[in-house]
Design a protein around this ligand. Structure first.
Ligand SMILES: Nc1ncnc2c1ncn2[C@@H]1O[C@H](COP(=O)(O)OP(=O)(O)OP(=O)(O)O)[C@@H](O)[C@H]1O
Ligand SMILES: O=C(O)C1=C[C@@H](O)[C@@H](O)[C@H](O)C1
Ligand SMILES: [Mg+2]
Length: 197
């Protein structure tokens, strides 16, 4: 990595964030398209921790895609499975867990996350989310007549709840490296706040 690159992730920052996290899990929450899976994986690498994505884990254990699960069993059953899978994932750590967009909205799952680690909300504006989610299928909640409006309604409903996360980082239309650096800075800073409120 070129040290003059302004988006370069300095080793000390990764190490400081890792020390701040200690034995806790780091859990990414936020809406579809915020970057939880993509950024979570990169952050885990910087922290030297295992990474797991709850949507992928649900698909692995059920041997079905998220869309198939919604179609066959409905959203309520999907949420019940999601809660069980996330509970298990949080039991052994520290690790980085990227959750599905609705996970933190479920009160049971939210309590589990709050109890087992540091939660981080990747917050994004509607147009950023829309640009990202409209490129790929596989999000059953957006199979509506007006998916952009559905996404906007989900933002209104969910943003006050995501705001309960320990940390918030703005997910913007910039290089992923820059968001990763913001995440690591937020984690390292959180430890200072805890020591020196
Ligand atoms: N900072 C960024 N710049 C450009 N593209 C990004 C950035 N962050 C994420 N992306 C891309 O946006 C898309 C959506 O990201 P990702 O799948 O990580 O979102 P997610 O929050 O996990 O969504 P879901 O809740 O649906 O799983 C991916 O193609 C990802 O590579
Ligand atoms: O926002 C949501 O409720 C969802 C987001 C995805 O990650 C998947 O977990 C599923 O499509 C539901
Ligand atoms: Mg994801």
């Amino acid at each position: 990595m070129n040290s003059s690159d302004p988006t370069a992730i300095s080793k000390p920052l990764g190490e400081r964030a890792r020390a701040a996290l200690g034995g806790r899990n780091l859990v990414f929450v936020g809406l579809m398209g915020a970057g939880k899976s993509a950024i979570g994986r990169m952050v885990a690498q910087e922290l030297g921790l295992p990474f797991v994505d709850s949507d992928h884990e649900i698909e692995r254990v059920s041997r079905m895609t998220i869309t198939e699960l919604f179609t066959a069993y409905g959203e309520a059953e999907f949420r019940a499975l999601e809660t069980r899978v996330i509970e298990r994932l949080l039991q052994t750590g520290p690790r980085v867990v990227s959750t599905g967009g609705g996970a933190f909205i479920n009160p049971n799952t939210r309590q589990q996350i709050k109890g087992s680690g540091l939660s981080i909300w990747l917050r994004a504006e509607l147009d950023v989310l829309w640009d990202r989610v409209s490129r790929r299928d596989g999000r059953p909640l957006l199979k509506t007549v007006n998916p952009k409006e559905t996404l906007e309604n989900l933002m209104k409903e969910r943003y006050p709840i995501y705001a309960e996360a320990d940390l918030t980082v703005q997910s913007r239309d910039v290089r992923k490296d820059a968001i990763v650096r913001d995440v690591l800075t937020a984690i390292a800073g959180f430890a200072n706040e805890e020591q020196d409120p």
